[in-house]
Ligand binder design. Sequence first.
Ligand code: DQA
Length: 147
Amino acid sequence: MARLLLINGPNLSLLGQRQPELYGHTTLKEIETRLTQLAEERHHELLCYQNDAEHELLKRIHAAREESIELILFNPAAFTHTSIVLRDALLAVGIPFIEIHLSNVAAREDFRQQSFFSDIAIGTVAGFGITSYELALIAAERHLEAA
Ligand code: DQA
């Protein structure tokens, strides 16, 4: 049994309505419900959090240290490409994390080619829509089992 935290960054609260051709028709609530169910089936606990503000995400990452979170599943959204603050927060708390993207960022604009997280993540899952989240949860479980 592991305690996991799912964090979603800015604009992901609009999933379902936001550029569905890129991000699909599934809402964030549906993603959170699906992942929570998948975690429960596997006897893990999953906490879910979304915020648009960098400092709130920073505070959530800091708080995870006090909550025995073993691994973070993180879609930093646009902060992927900009946030040294959130990179430093993850390094500071030392909680392993998996970077998630719905879209295949490698096939998108030049400014999305840089991630401030990929080199410090356990790994990155991108391009599979909601399945990216499901694959990341399974990868998290395998990583913790092997640790
Ligand atoms: C995203 C990709 C980011 O480049 C973008 O800013 C997002 C969503 C994804 O899940 O595909 O907001 O993280």
